[in-house]
Design a protein around this ligand. Structure first.
Ligand code: ZN
Ligand code: ZN
Length: 376
């Protein structure tokens, strides 16, 4: 497949708006869709090309990358030279929807049982809550089956009736020359049934919008970006179809000094230089109470002490990660006369003749290498 400019493919300018791109794509997709051009290889290629272009330009992030880096910026995102990507079809079912019969069913009677839509909810939690786990109640606006008509759309005491126009077939067949042509019945819109007296609660739709309160259990150790699937908490299905699912996407606010990497935690602590030389212990405020940090005597700047089992709990319940504390020498800036005198005495007692640079391959790892290892 040639690497045509995506804007050119869709026939829009580089500053085209979201809506313009969408409708340009829709026009092309309808024109070149394989169902309308059976066996036409050129049309199929046009169709794929338009789908690929739209998969990039229809997504604000990918479009920005494409604008800056061209095809290279989105090579992983689009179908590219690898050929047609079925996912692209799936993504666009919402746009093309009924036009092309992507919505499922396709022809014949419409309005049968359909699964309810999945819902997404973005939930922000604190770092502490991701550590300990929590439970929270969220409010989800969703479409539910109308309680007063149980989804039939017919007023209580009445019921749906077979459409008199099409006798329940959902289609009207008529002769056109030698051909018998079928079209969707206008009176029942293809469902084969009519509601003679609509339910007043839902105006015949069979569904109502509701705010549902859902309790969500957040497991300890959940990481930023992970999602929880709540089975059956999505929208109700149509005509008795199954209910969709609710996806709760968890966003974890960063902590003021703990940084998470996998199940491990990282922190950096300034340590007074005398403690780096002589060793010592001090407590830091951990996520589950104080943790005693031991400084080995003669610690180098940037040295890391690790504590197994003091990191984040594993979200699947497999123990806990480690805590890595990076010790950084805290050189005092303000000293009293007395302190200056003492340090001076200390210096004089240490008989250093000359200070020379040393190779970076010295025994201790240079601290920036440590940092790279631990903090990515
Ligand atoms: Zn109703
Ligand atoms: Zn009908």
């Amino acid at each position: 497949m040639s690497r045509r400019d995506y804007y050119e493919t869709l026939g829009v300018s580089r500053d085209a708006g979201e809506q313009e791109i969408k409708s340009a794509y829709r026009k092309l997709a309808l024109k070149y869709h394989p169902d309308r051009n059976p066996g036409d290889k050129a049309a199929e290629d046009q169709f794929k090309e338009a789908a690929e272009a739209y998969s990039v330009l229809g997504d604000a992030d990918k479009r920005a990358r494409y604008d800056r880096f061209g095809h290279a910026g989105v090579s992983g995102a689009a179908a590219g030279a690898a050929g047609f990507n079925a996912d692209i079809f799936a993504d666009f079912s919402d746009i093309l929807g009924d036009f092309l019969g992507f919505g499922g069913g396709g022809g014949g009677r419409r309005g049968g049982p359909a699964r309810g839509a999945d819902l997404r909810y973005d939930l922000e939690i604190s770092f502490e809550d991701s550590f300990a786990g929590t439970e929270t109640t969220i409010q989800i606006p969703r479409e539910e089956t109308c309680e007063s008509c149980h989804g039939s759309g017919a007023a209580p005491g009445t019921s749906r009736e077979t459409c008199p126009q099409c006798q329940g077939r959902g289609q009207i067949r008529y002769q056109q020359g030698f051909l018998v042509v079928a079209r969707t019945c206008g009176q029942c819109r293809g469902t084969g049934q009519i509601v003679p007296k609509p339910c007043p609660a839902c105006r015949g739709a069979g569904r109502t919008a509701r705010d549902r309160r859902v309790t969500v259990k957040i497991p300890a150790g959940i990481a930023d970006g992970q999602r929880l699937r709540l089975h059956g908490e999505g929208e109700h299905g149509a005509a008795g179809g199954p209910t969709g699912d609710l996806y709760v996407v968890v966003h974890v606010r960063p902590h003021s000094f703990f940084h998470r990497e996998g199940d491990d935690l990282f922190a950096e602590v300034p340590v007074p230089f005398h403690m780096m030389a002589l060793g010592g212990t001090f407590p830091i405020e951990g996520l589950a109470g104080p943790i005693d940090v031991s400084v080995p005597a003669g610690s180098a700047n940037g040295e890391v002490v690790s504590y197994r089992g003091k990191g984040m709990p594993n979200v699947s319940g497999h123990g806990r990660g480690a805590l890595h504390v990076r010790l950084v020498v805290d050189v005092p800036r303000k000293l009293t006369k007395e302190q200056k005198k003492l340090i001076d005495q200390l210096g004089k007692s240490m008989t250093v003749d000359r200070i020379e640079p040393r190779s970076l391959d010295a025994e201790e790892k240079p601290f920036f290498e440590n940092v790279k290892d631990l903090f990515g």
